[in-house]
Design a protein around this ligand. Sequence first.
Ligand SMILES: [Fe+2]
Length: 243
Amino acid sequence: MNLNYMDIHCHILPGVDDGAKNMEQSIEMLSVAYDEGCRRIVLTPHYERGRNSYEPERLDDIFLELKREAKKHFPEMELYLGNELLYEDGVVEDVRNGLVHTMAGTKYVLVEFNIQISYQGIYKAMKELTQARFRPIIAHVERYHCLVGRMERIDELEEMGIYLQMNAESVLGSFFDENVRWCRKLMKEEKISFLGTDAHNLENRAPNMREALEWMYRKLDNAYMDAVTVEYPQMMVENRYLD
Ligand SMILES: [Fe+2]
């Protein structure tokens, strides 16, 4: 089992969104992630157009501060900056104008939607981003009602060149839970390109992935697992296509 995985979705940057409140909490969260086997992280604070509680330009400074502090405690850990942008009208303009941080400065953009969004809404947004030459990654794809159980929609998104991220722990739970079964199916059919924790704190949304990875490595093709935990994220931060 690969224990040098990359977490591509978390809210560990201090004091910018509903994630880590301050530097001390950020370091504690990084410590948990480190113990789980995580060695690389893309920090993805929420970007909500016109409603951010931070100045987008300030993110780079806060990121550098965290990077400096993290180096003292976890010299082997590599950090990258991104955003989790909430899709809404006009937001692609912000991406074009450099207000949104793409993943590690690449063409990859992590995008979330309102949970009730229609499939037409997702499709339109993905078209808009790909036409602007970005490579969208749909954040926690298992959450959107319009996609659950609809493999033909997943296939259509895949054909459009859209990447899917799942919160790793979503595969854990009862087989009788429809969403858990759907998540396992998405993994078994190798539809997911990236895993994340979507960690917000140390209590109910901590940066844990080990238990989920253990399950996945037991049940799924291990070459695929090495790809989603290490190889694909590596290609992403180098701005290479996954195919
Ligand atoms: Fe998130």
